[in-house]
Design a protein around this ligand. Structure first.
Ligand code: ATP
Ligand code: MG
Length: 320
């Protein structure tokens, strides 16, 4: 089996105990939880039975260890994670507002994962890689962009495919070189996975339909739009599919997009149809929001099937 690889930030997440808790006030914080969008993505891929690995850097500290141990335990190839003795592992503090919005304080650029560069991308590591995934959130510095470009070029030269989740931090779009890197990624992407609010970001189209048509004209083969509690949609040159989300109790929305994306890519690589991949990804996204902690919500095939078997559709519930 060909493997799936990704690259980018590994960090711990530390979350507010209470909704509405402020960063400028003392309070109780929960964590550390293993995190980082590419790390959550690849953990989900691996839990569904695909061979996989991640290229990243952590510090020689407990925050690095908790991530390495979790990824290794779940079966991710961790040989591409370098431990940098002089650096500290990245972190993100998150607090939730009463309206459901989130605020973060990130330590990524100046942390170990921010030191990742093209020298960490070893062609031997990617020799058997059939698919490579990129998160826009990882394109946060010029040397990260170079590292991503090197990895994507190696995988493409070996005949592999590429998926891209823009996962954009708003502040990145204002930096011309970063914006350029996001557009560069689009040109190399086979499977594009934006959130609903990101569809229009990387083009000048006047509406989402035109944006989708534009992305397909660039040569992107599959576009999967994540719509939070409203489900997800799939678009290709000649087909469109939509799924409603499963009704679950949302405990912590962070990581839903990464679990969804990991499940979709794993399922497509396992040979699942688009309809089945979309369904499994929709379940993984729903299950992820029921658990506190971004990587705590990744699912196995058995957990997905159990959820689907036991799920009672709200329409059915009403008639009883
Ligand atoms: P993030 O970047 O915060 O991880 P995202 O914006 O990339 O998230 P979302 O659209 O929030 O991704 O979530 C991805 C998928 O997870 C959705 O398309 C849906 O299938 C599922 N999902 C998310 N939130 C819910 C929810 N509250 N209830 C059920 N399913 C959900
Ligand atoms: Mg996202």
């Amino acid at each position: 089996m060909k493997s799936i690889y990704t690259i980018g930030e590994i960090l711990v997440e530390i979350m507010s105990d209470k909704i509405g808790q402020k960063f400028n006030q003392s309070g109780i914080w929960r964590g550390p939880f293993p995190s980082g969008a590419p790390a959550i993505f690849i953990d989900q891929v691996t839990k569904l039975g695909c061979k996989s690995g991640i290229i990243s850097c952590v510090g020689n500290d407990g925050f690095g260890q908790i991530n390495i141990e979790r990824l290794a335990q779940d079966g991710v190839d961790i040989s591409g994670i370098k431990v940098l003795p002089e650096e500290t592992t990245g972190s993100a503090f998150v607090t939730y507002h009463l309206n459901g919005d989130r605020d973060f304080i990130f330590n990524i650029k100046n942390a170990a994962c921010g030191k990742l560069s093209s020298s960490h991308v070893e062609p031997e590591l990617l020799a058997n890689c059939g698919h490579f995934h990129v998160m826009g959130s990882s394109l946060f510095s010029f040397h990260m962009v170079d590292a991503v470009k090197k990895a994507v070029d190696i995988v493409k030269a070996n005949g592999g495919t590429v998926s891209f989740d823009p996962n954009i931090r708003k502040e990145m779009l204002g930096i011309p070189e970063m914006s350029e890197a996001l557009h560069y990624m689009l040109e190399l992407t086979d499977i594009y996975m934006p959130s609903e609010g990101e569809i229009m970001l990387l083009c000048d189209a006047k509406n989402p339909q035109k944006a989708i048509a534009h992305y397909l004209s660039l040569g992107i083969k599959e576009i999967v739009v994540k719509r939070g509690s409203k489900g997800a949609s799939y678009y290709s040159a000649n087909e469109e599919q939509h799924v409603e989300s499963y009704r679950v109790e949302e405990v912590d929305p962070t990581g839903a997009g990464d679990c969804f994306g990991g499940a979709y890519i794993a399922c497509r690589n396992l040979g699942f149809s688009v309809t089945d991949a979309l369904t499994y990804a929709n379940v993984c996204g729903a299950l992820s929001v029921t658990k506190k902690g971004p990587m705590e919500g990744t699912s196995t095939m058995d957990e997905i099937r159990l959820f689907v078997n036991e799920y009672i559709h709200p329409e059915v519930e009403k008639t009883h």
